[in-house]
Write a protein that binds this ligand. Structure first.
Ligand code: PMP
Ligand code: GLN
Length: 446
């Protein structure tokens, strides 16, 4: 059906859905709002469902299949079995103990006095923090620069806010004879500058990056910061994997660079921080004059997230504050644990002739699969990009779930990146072993 201007819809509504007897008839007009167009497909919905259906070894969706540390689990149990207040609403913008400890913790990291009540918004996971950020700051006609590859939800969130995503790629510069690393993927300053228009309102970065694992270094962040300051642009920095860096790579918060606190919204996730993705506690942090707009979206949509989960995360952060930098700190133990898994997966991929791009951070490792030359003859997927077809084949025929990397690219650039797949290595050793067994057997048979 043709789209009609909004002002005529009310009268059409009256005419078309009620008959003269007042009974409802079937609706013949378009049901969905225009902002949903082009954002109906979702890679997590599709591949998580497929992985569940085929009961596979799952290195697809990014969640640990091991338990969170016992101190946060205990804190959650204590919260649940504590007083009645833990089962009721708490402060809309974040449970007071949680915003207080988040502010205290990150004041020490960023070197900027953070006000718990003004500068922090606790949300239902990093997802909702991102959603509030785009809804609050992006208007019709605004352009948002997104660094590719990017966590897929940035694009629909910008679009749903009425903005236009503008993509700037990280490009690989291979140094021959060396192992591939996410550090080789570079954001070119000239290319970034070329994306600027009078409509540019914000840039989104993700460090450590999902899916590539790139951790932006100080000079790279400084280049982005200079760009933001020079052109009065807001920086949205998704840092959900901030504690997960390897081989001595350091995570730097762009908000800690001179002149950047004032214009940066930093997104965090307790799910990633404490290996408890199902708790869905996240936050946005930044100057009060920006965060207050995110709060407006939050108070009118979600209001607040689960009290007991926030209480448990608060206890977790207090413990991390007290043990920071020591061997007891989970923020030190988790990357050490994942480092071993990362090396194991890399070795396994090399053993079957695949060349992994070693991630400097995060949960994921990507690899080019074109050398495998698998002839995919499933007619049901013939119109899809190669990586989507390959991953479906791997799930259905080999019982191993991964994620196609072209899903982290804009529709314009997707076709150039259809030869990569992403593995999540934040998994039990037994899961990694099961994946290894599948890959080995497949190599012999291929
Ligand atoms: N940003 C990135 C880069 C992610 O990988 C994810 C998925 N964990 C999110 C945001 C959403 O995080 P959460 O599960 O806390 O909503
Ligand atoms: N961030 C996780 C990933 O990249 C999960 C995303 C999701 O399930 N929506 O795998």
């Amino acid at each position: 059906m043709l789209r009609r201007p909004a002002e005529t819809l009310a009268s059409i509504y009256k005419q078309s859905i009620f008959t003269f007897s007042g009974k409802k008839t079937a609706m013949s007009r378009e049901l969905h709002a225009r902002r949903l167009e082009g954002v109906d497909k979702n890679i997590w919905v599709e591949f998580t469902q497929l992985a569940a259906e085929y009961k596979v070894v799952n290195l697809g969706q990014g969640f640990p299949d091991f338990s969170p540390p016992s101190f946060v689990c205990k804190a959650f149990c204590n919260a649940i079995s504590g007083g009645a207040s833990m089962h009721q609403y708490t402060r809309a913008f974040g449970h007071p103990p949680l915003v207080k400890i988040l502010a205290k913790f990150f004041t020490r990291i960023i070197g900027q006095e953070i006000d718990p009540m003004e500068d922090v918004l606790v949300s239902v996971g990093a997802y909702q923090a991102l959603f509030c950020t785009f809804q609050a700051l992006i208007d019709e006609g605004d352009e948002v620069i997104i660094v590719e590859p990017f966590f897929d939800c940035y694009q629909p969130m910008v679009t749903m806010a009425g903005g236009t995503p503008v993509y700037v790629p990280l490009k690989p510069k291979k140094s021959s004879g060396q192992d591939l690393s996410s550090a080789d993927w570079i954001l070119c300053p000239e290319e970034l500058a070329s994306k600027l228009t009078p409509c540019t309102k914000a840039i989104v970065i993700n460090t450590p990056n999902n899916p590539l694992g790139k951790v932006f270094q100080r000079d790279e962040l400084q280049m982005i910061a200079d760009f933001c300051i020079k052109h009065d642009i807001i920086c949205i920095s998704d840092e959900v994997y901030e504690w997960l860096t390897y081989d001595g790579t350091q995570h730097i918060k762009i908000a800690s660079l001179p002149g950047m606190w004032e214009r940066t919204v930093t997104i965090g996730s307790a799910g990633k921080t404490f290996s408890a993705t199902g708790w869905k506690v996240g936050w946005a942090m930044g100057p009060g004059n920006i965060i207050k707009h995110l709060k407006t979206v939050h108070q009118n949509s979600v209001y607040h997230c689960a009290t007991a989960a926030q209480e448990a995360v608060a206890v977790g952060f207090q413990r991390e504050y007290d043990t920071f930098g020591t061997d007891e700190s989970y923020f030190k133990q988790l990357p050490a644990q994942l480092q071993a898994k990362r090396l194991r997966l890399a070795e396994c991929l090399r053993n079957v002739g695949l060349e992994p791009i070693m991630p400097q951070g995060g949960y994921f490792m990507i690899t080019d699969i074109s050398s495998l030359n698998i002839d995919l003859n499933d007619p049901s997927t013939k119109d899809e990009l190669y990586d989507f077809r390959f991953v479906k084949w791997l799930i259905k025929e080999k019982g191993l779930a991964t994620i196609p990397v072209s899903g982290f690219y804009s529709p314009e650039h997707r076709g150039n990146f259809q030869n990569y797949i992403r593995f999540c290595f934040a998994k039990e050793d037994s899961t990694l072993k099961a994946a290894e067994d599948i890959l080995q057997q497949w190599r012999i048979k291929k």
